[in-house]
Write a protein that binds this ligand. Sequence first.
Ligand code: DAH
Length: 337
Amino acid sequence: MTLDEFKTQCAALAAEAPARVDAAASLDDWTAVRNDLVGRAAGRLTAIMSTLGTLPPEARREAGQLANAVKVEIERLLDARRDALAAAAPSGPRLDRTMPARAAWRGARHPVTLVIDEICGIFRELGFTIALGPEAEHEWYNFGALNFPDDHPAMDMHDTLYLGEGALLRTHTSPVQVRTMQAYPPPIRVLAPGNVYRRDFFDATHAPAFAQLEGLAVDEGISFVDLKATLNEFARRFYGGTRRTRFGPSFFPFTEPSAQMDVEIDLGDGRGTRWVEILGCGMVHPAVLESAGLDSTKYTGWAFGMGPGRIAMSRHGLPDIRLLYDSDVRFLEQFAE
Ligand code: DAH
């Protein structure tokens, strides 16, 4: 081989390289082009350089420098092309379009929500509407207006998170009674569902945050007969017509007299039917009517409060309240309709 022939081969390769490198459309193409142009094993430049030893000794230095310059230039083109391809390629894991899709998820209403919705539906047919109040409540609405004496032991059961400036997380939905009576003139028939908070451990029978459902009826001439008739009708519709109910004495500062209502139900635990307390109730205390601005010589009312979580537990035979408030999808999806 002569120096001229060597130069011609180098020039041909240098002239061809830019178009070849540019044509590489993927990183796989790029690797093939690099192997062909400058690859150590089978590259064309490597083949040209391997002829250096056949040149006259005085030509080898110039030929070597020339071949090396061609190599540097081609590698510069290759580097730039590889960077451009990498920048254009999508980052992250490659999209596998053959992967089977996840089965569609059907959302389900929570078992406690189901109980609340069902009870609200029954009371709606009896002429009740829905009332809502704030979960961050004023102490006066939570206690004072509801006739809790200052520092009364009944408040121990209602220990909660105090938010400062007289605000707290409400311990029951009863404050909505007062807010409703302040906002609307009688006749009042409302149901107030919502979350309440207490300083309780989260164990099988207690939750520090749980749902309550409050009912209130206020008008002229409302008596305990209306309370019993309405709650019996509710129990008949909710539990089925054959269920017996009974009322027993109880105490709440905001009702006088106060009662609890039991329903005879089968909890499905093999022990047959038994009396289960489902709610507290009573005639609205005159002091509560007065704190809401109503004339207690003109108006009377009755109220009740219950825990839809406990009702869901007895309905489904659940042994642990945490099942309801843990939000484990494997449990909750069983209620999908
Ligand atoms: N607020 C009571 C509680 O959380 C429940 C209750 C009892 C509400 C009797 C009432 C009622 O409206 O009449 O323990």
